[in-house]
Design a protein around this ligand. Structure first.
Ligand code: HEC
Ligand code: HEC
Ligand code: HEC
Ligand code: HEC
Ligand code: HEC
Length: 463
């Protein structure tokens, strides 16, 4: 369905009649829309101040400023002799590529700031999704901004139209996000698979049977006006902070707020169960983690750089008798000498089977993650397990207390160290990456309670 509303509100007249007090017609007709001005997010600020503020602290706004992005892109261009081309920037600064202002992202410092990142106009001018990965979004290039409002009030700056690609309740909406959140490298490696994971999950079903789009989980709704000004109707408006896992590493608007949002999302992402048993002198600490809230795997997306790990500490009489997953002083969990370490992430291997962080050179991905549910319950056909279990064991006396925690670093310091060592990244940024922990997966088992397991048993575990 396509219903463009001209700024003079012509097509809107019937809707206006029901919205008492809203002025829909303007004397003087439509001046031409200034499309170039619409490409600048600061143009939107006057009338959509909260959308602007939220977006300006999001990773979408940060996408082309992210020093890790700039460093990796530079490294990739140098390692491939420029063959990477616009592969990276076409997602991280799509309007700059479309305007012909950059071909490789190496000159982003010369590109006007407002064309960098994933911007308002880029998302709101999309008219078609022509694929499933690597940003196949087609923009109209016109002065119409598309969204989820069916009867938008006319305004001076742009035409408006309802679009099922934007409205969270519509089946197509996930493709707007997902086709940019799925990366297939030039070598054909399916590197980031958030959209594919979602498409195979329960959440891709119609909303009546458990479906939820990306927007439904990542853009919280609230009631309020969609635009500033007298007499604007109350709408369902949607947060543009887009919390996920990652955070800005350098000075950026609303950093504390973003961290709080991300923390809140992570806190309920995974549930855990901890069971303690012992057979004479062999003590078994069994940990199960289950993905209960992510609409895709956990971790997803840039899982080759994410580091999620499980910390278990067993004590007896106050003294520690077993530990794994304790972050070393240099905060490098991957290279810690912990034989039992349970790490959730993607690991990349090059053509010679050697582990690599240079994802343009990767030929194989090895994945350890918590998958998304594929059915509503284990009783339904097509159910696949959303949990993973590990048993940590040691020989010795049984513990009287065991503590479980799950931590995440958005980017492993092993990844950053490599970029620093090769001169692509400012060494001080290493300290800007700090771990976060998942509240719902923090459990303590006590022998005195007389139970074998604490926490929640996962759905669908074989009895
Ligand atoms: C002069 C004020 C003004 C400016 C500037 C402005 N808008 Fe709007 N916009 C509005 C009004 C008014 C509405 C309708 C709100 C309603 O109906 O509740 C609207 C609606 C929208 C919608 C919803 C369309 C729909 O049908 O779902 C989107 C998306 C949007 N604007 C994006 C933007 C973006 C992006 C910018 C900056 C490039 C921008 N606007 C600049 C006033 C403005
Ligand atoms: C033009 C491509 C593009 C589109 C379209 C897009 N994104 Fe993104 N998104 C990105 C990029 C690039 C980043 C990461 C920026 C960075 O970290 O440097 C990102 C980051 C995110 C994050 C934060 C991830 C994290 O780990 O912190 C979330 C959540 C997100 N996007 C959700 C969405 C949703 C929901 C939509 C659809 C409404 C969407 N995206 C549409 C490219 C896109
Ligand atoms: C990553 C894509 C993306 C970016 C970037 C983005 N938006 Fe949106 N926006 C959406 C989607 C999707 C919706 C519709 C949500 C729904 O209806 O379910 C939306 C809705 C809106 C609406 C309608 C009211 C509402 O909250 O639903 C306005 C107005 C709006 N956006 C303005 C902006 C402005 C201004 C910017 C930049 C400062 C911006 N958007 C950046 C994806 C984006
Ligand atoms: C059922 C709710 C839900 C749905 C649906 C959903 N997400 Fe998420 N998403 C989450 C939660 C919770 C997290 C935090 C845990 C994690 O990282 O997986 C998250 C994290 C992310 C991240 C950061 C992942 C990482 O580990 O780096 C990205 C990017 C993202 N989502 C994008 C999307 C996109 C794109 C879609 C649609 C194709 C989508 N999400 C659908 C709940 C959801
Ligand atoms: C198809 C679109 C797309 C392409 C192509 C793409 N990215 Fe991204 N990038 C994303 C999205 C989406 C995210 C957010 C994923 C998440 O949070 O899980 C992201 C996140 C990132 C991040 C932040 C998370 C992290 O890994 O630290 C960096 C850095 C990054 N990309 C670098 C690059 C580089 C370098 C290239 C080219 C070699 C590239 N990207 C190509 C879409 C893309």
């Amino acid at each position: 369905m396509k219903r463009v509303v001209s700024r003079a509100g012509r097509a809107l007249l019937p809707a206006c009649a029901v919205l008492a007090g809203v002025s829909c017609t303007r004397p003087g007709g439509d001046p031409p829309v200034d499309v170039e001005a619409l490409k600048d997010p600061s143009t939107c600020r006057r009338c959509h101040p909260s959308h602007y503020e939220e977006w300006s602290g999001s990773m979408h706004a940060y996408a082309a400023q992210d020093p890790v992005f700039l460093a990796m892109n530079r490294r990739g261009q140098e390692q491939t002799g420029g063959a990477l081309g616009d592969f990276c920037v076409r997602c991280h600064a799509p309007l700059a590529v479309a305007a012909g202002l950059t071909r490789d992202g190496l000159n982003l410092h010369e590109v006007p700031q407002h064309l960098q990142g994933v911007t308002c106009y880029f998302c709101h001018n999309v008219v078609a999704v022509e694929g499933t990965h690597n940003n196949p979004l087609r923009l109209a290039g016109d002065g119409t901004l598309r969204g989820g409002i069916r009867n938008p009030v006319a305004n001076d700056a742009h035409d408006s139209a309802y679009s099922p690609l934007h409205a969270r309740g519509s089946a197509e909406a996930a493709a707007l996000c997902g086709s940019c959140h799925d990366i297939v490298t030039p070598a054909g490696v399916e590197l980031e698979r958030t959209f594919a994971e979602w498409r195979h999950s329960l959440y891709a079903r119609p909303s009546t049977v458990g479906g939820l789009t990306c927007q439904a989980c990542h853009m919280d709704g609230a009631d309020g006006p969609a635009a500033a000004g007298a007499g604007m109707p109350v709408r369902r408006v949607h947060s543009h902070q887009f919390p996920g896992v990652d955070l800005a590493l350098t000075e950026f608007p609303h950093r504390d707020d973003q961290r709080e949002r991300v923390q809140r999302l992570l806190d309920t992402t995974a549930l855990a169960e901890l069971c303690v048993s012992n057979d004479q002198t062999l003590v078994a600490l069994q940990v199960t983690l289950e993905n209960v809230a992510a609409g895709h795997a956990f971790p997803s997306g840039a899982a080759q750089d994410r580091r999620i790990w499980v910390e278990v500490r067993a004590r007896r009489g106050g003294a520690e008798v077993y530990r794994t997953g304790v972050l070393p002083d240099d905060r490098d969990i991957v290279r810690s000498s912990d034989a039992d370490l349970w790490l959730l992430r993607d690991e990349l291997f090059d053509a010679d089977g050697v582990p690599t962080h240079a994802f343009w050179g990767a030929r194989r991905v090895q994945t350890e993650h918590l998958p998304a549910p594929t059915a509503r319950s284990p009783a339904e056909p097509g159910w696949t397990q959303t949990h993973r279990t590990r048993v940590f064991s040691y020989t010795g006396a049984p513990p009287d207390e065991v503590e479980l925690r799950v931590h995440i670093m958005p980017v492993g310091v092993d990844v950053l160290d490599e970029l620093v060592a090769e001169g692509y990244l400012d060494p001080t940024l290493r300290d800007a990456v700090t771990p976060m922990s998942l509240a719902a997966a923090h459990l303590t088992w006590r022998a005195a309670d007389g139970v074998r397991c604490v926490g929640s048993a996962p759905a669908g575990r074989a009895p």
